[in-house]
Design a protein. Sequence first.
Length: 364
Amino acid sequence: MLKHVDHFHGSDLEKIEQVYGIKKEEIISFSANVNPLGISPLMREALLERVDCITSYPDREYTALRRQIGAYTGAPLEHIVVGNGSTELISLFIQLEHPRKALILGPTYSEYEREISLGGGTSLYYPLQEENGFVLDITDFRTHLNESLDLLVICNPNNPTSSAVPQHAMRQILDECKRHDIYVIIDETYVEFAPDYHAVTSIPLTQYYNNLVILRGVSKFFASPGLRLGYGITGSEDLIKRLNSRKNPWTINSLAAAAGELMFSDRDYIARTKDLTAQERTRICQTLSSWGTVKVYDSLANFVLLRIEKDGVTAEDLFEHAIRRKMMIRNCSTFPFLDNRYVRFCFMKPEQNDMLLKCLKELL
């Protein structure tokens, strides 16, 4: 089983502060992939007025929250389950299903493998190929789906490659998984950043496949990792009942529930986020492609993966060069199938992006 090695996560600013002697408040994190606009202004204002909600227990069913999520995603209320971040839902699902063997599309987020291992299962990786731009070869991939597998995990768009499986191709995968009795988890943490959201999201497919669960959270798009608010969408009402019976009551606190009811309705904030991401994605990728010293992979999320093609420069060199200037990027050499030529960073505000580009160009 492949193992992810230790690395600086985008949230490890305290570690950075300790190692490099830089105050965490001064670091611009291009590694955390969080919306640079910050939290929804509508939520900020309204939440101050509702702060007294912490004097009461939240609704055990989180009906108002799930209704708002349904309005935002188009999913029926009864197909939605909420949790303390999508991480709790991943853990609960693994505890319920006990997959013996899982297939993970990689390179990707390490938490899937960790949870499967804690549940006593083993993980195999299907590697996205660099020569294909880390875009999935559907025809070949389907030949690797068989009765020996209990679970398939796909991060879509994927972290760190920023590539995505379109909805029409996901249907082919789900058909094959249905035939072999394989359950499918699709992590859509970054799907709201996609240029064509409707072409990528698999939420509509939950109406047709009962072996599918979609996981999302508010950490990245809504810039609220501290809320620990996640949700799952599945057409299997039996799975919803089992998840709800297994999880502890009130895992989402009253403030997080209230915030969720508010942020999903801030249409102006949502539109501004999509516009900023689209503009900066195009501008940055075009700029990087003009250098000739890095290979830029197509980006469908709010971050981009690069391969360094300049001799004598490594991912560690770029990380060190940037962090000394109080900017944190992701050294991707710790991901399976990637080496010390790969780095990833997210799109921030234009002036911050310009600072990072200037910094990287000094070495590249």
